[in-house]
Design a protein around this ligand. Sequence first.
Ligand SMILES: Nc1ncnc2c1ncn2[C@@H]1O[C@H](COP(=O)(O)OP(=O)(O)OP(=O)(O)O)[C@@H](O)[C@H]1O
Ligand SMILES: [Mg+2]
Length: 258
Amino acid sequence: MGKVFALCTQKGGTAKTSSAIEISAWLAENNYKVLLIDLDQQCDSTRNSGIKTPMYSIHEVFQQDCKIFDAIHKTQWYDVIPASPILSKSDQIYTERDDIYLLKDVCEILLKKYDFIIIDNPPARNVLLNMTYIAADYIICPTLSDDNSIRGIIAVEQDLKKLRESRNKESHAYIIGVLLTIYESTNSHKKALDNLKKITAALPGDVFISTVRKTIKMAEVKTLCMPLQAYEKFNNASLDYKKIAKRIIDIYEEDMNG
Ligand SMILES: Nc1ncnc2c1ncn2[C@@H]1O[C@H](COP(=O)(O)OP(=O)(O)OP(=O)(O)O)[C@@H](O)[C@H]1O
Ligand SMILES: [Mg+2]
């Protein structure tokens, strides 16, 4: 049985997709079976993993218009269930009471085959984010250094707490890590790190903080539709994601053995 790790924040451009891809690539490099589920209508994780015109997406899976395993695309690095632009209408499509469990049900089946399911989320507070909170075992929040972005972490915890404490205990997920992305060693980034330490200290449980250094190569690999991990393993940002993947593996192994 595997575990579900989700990259979440409603703030845009915080490197959710880049983090989902790089973490997936490093986990796969460590010989784990990894599935990346793209829930973002922008389809960035799908495209940036080299998948161009997929026949099926997570939307068809939810609608039972295809078999779950028919929607899985194999890449050289990890497997992907693509997103679809139609997910922009998710709040109008997934309106039935039980729709919020769709992703959890899909993950439960897939976790028999994969060690890790990594979920890339859209920068929105919509039904898909709720599905993620219900399906996930662990949440990782990537943030930029500005206050608005950092406040996004508090919003995630507030929404998770509501679900954890709801009558049916809809979620069992906690934030386990915060990534300060596109990091430079400037005073403002160092201040942001101090701010993050205060914020994570107030969150329940142990929350790791990791930085991911800025690199011009991240834009390059988006054009090449491949992980930076596969392009430049020793790039600073690659090495940062390698450490993050190691932390995730430690949490996974502890969970499996404990
Ligand atoms: N370590 C990095 N160094 C430099 N640029 C980066 C780094 N990580 C991400 N970026 C760039 O930042 C931008 C946003 O990254 P990304 O698309 O991963 O964010 P996102 O949170 O998924 O965005 P959205 O909210 O639109 O889904 C992209 O142009 C990406 O190439
Ligand atoms: Mg994204």
